[in-house]
Design a binder for this molecule. Structure first.
Ligand code: MEV
Length: 313
């Protein structure tokens, strides 16, 4: 493709959370992975206004461009045309808004500084993410920026620590669509916050249990054979149900997967009234899971984990 001289192409991956969603908003650790679904962005300096060409609502992209140009002190009289093309399912849970925030930050950073500085890009993407909900942990944008598998922890607002886990672990997970949540990520985070306010001891106890499971996931990823992936997913799921982020529709599906000997959990913010977004599902005998999804006519796909973070295309 011939690029206009002032045009830049970047792509950023979506993500799944193996363990630790919601808990990570409160400083507990999480294990995340970048996946082989990406958002592509072509950013071009053209007119005097911001123009978004996308199948998705343009408001986050427009906000992101304004926010980053301000941060980079680029004159706001310069207009940008952003063409967004994504194969990250918008179902919920796969980090499509984080990938968009990261791609915008990277494209604008590159077009002004002629290099990519992942630390700066991640910082700006986090600022865009705070528009989505006021208390992001920053995990989603960090894994989309750096890629791979991450052990992530937001200690306090100004101290977010993470380690990239260099592994070659290819868990054979299926992603099953439980239906688009009615609630936004922000609303689900608020729902958990109100439980934290009314039942702090109980909520903290659940998060501590989630942390134990997150640590087991870490062990499993680095090769400790004594953990059973399906059991860890099921244990994690029960705790997510206890904090009220799983809908009945998703619970029903997950119970059926358990009943055929598999493991399943929601991944991401979840949803309560309708769908809960994506479900991660695993069975040591994958044929059984494939049989289950086809018999129930469910939408599903495979996912590759540990993929590359944001990059120039
Ligand atoms: C959303 O993908 C993950 C949550 O934990 C929110 C966050 O970490 O910002 C629900």
């Amino acid at each position: 493709m011939t690029l206009k001289p002032n045009s830049v192409n970047v792509s950023a991956p979506g993500k799944i959370i193996l363990s630790g969603e919601h808990a990570m908003v409160y400083g507990y650790p999480a294990v995340l992975s970048a996946i082989d679904r990406r958002l592509n962005l072509n950013l071009c300096q053209e007119n005097d206004e911001i123009k978004i060409i996308s199948d998705h609502p343009p408001d986050l992209a427009e906000y992101g461009i304004r926010q980053v140009t301000k941060e980079l002190k680029v004159s706001d009289r310069q207009g940008w045309t952003a063409k967004i093309d994504s194969n990250i399912p918008p179902t919920g849970g796969m980090g499509s808004s984080a990938a968009l925030s990261v791609a915008i930050a990277a494209a604008l950073y590159f077009s002004t500084k002629k290099k990519l500085d992942l630390k700066e890009i991640n910082k700006m993407a986090y600022q865009i993410e705070t528009r989505q909900h006021r208390r992001p942990s920053g995990g989603d944008n960090t894994v989309s920026t750096y890629g791979g598998f991450l052990w992530y922890r937001k200690e306090v607002e100004n101290l977010k620590t993470f380690s990239s886990l260099t592994l070659d672990n290819q868990m054979k997970l299926l992603i099953i669509d439980s239906g688009k949540p009615i609630e936004s990520t922000g609303q689900m985070v608020e729902k958990v916050k109100s439980m934290m306010l009314t039942k702090p001891a109980r909520t903290d106890k659940i998060f501590r249990e989630i942390e134990k499971i997150t640590r087991c996931f870490l062990q499993l990823l680095i090769g400790e054979k004594s953990y059973n992936l399906a059991n860890l997913m099921n244990d994690n799921e029960i705790l997510l149900e206890e904090i009220g982020v799983v809908s009945n529709r998703a619970k029903l599906l997950i119970d059926k997967i358990k009943s055929i000997g598999g493991g399943a959990k929601i991944s991401g913010a979840g949803g309560y009234q309708a769908g809960s977004g994506i479900i991660l599902a695993y069975h040591h005998d994958e044929a059984k899971l494939l049989n289950f999804v086809s018999q129930n006519m469910l939408k599903y796909f495979r996912v590759k984990l540990g993929c590359e973070g944001v990059k120039l295309e």
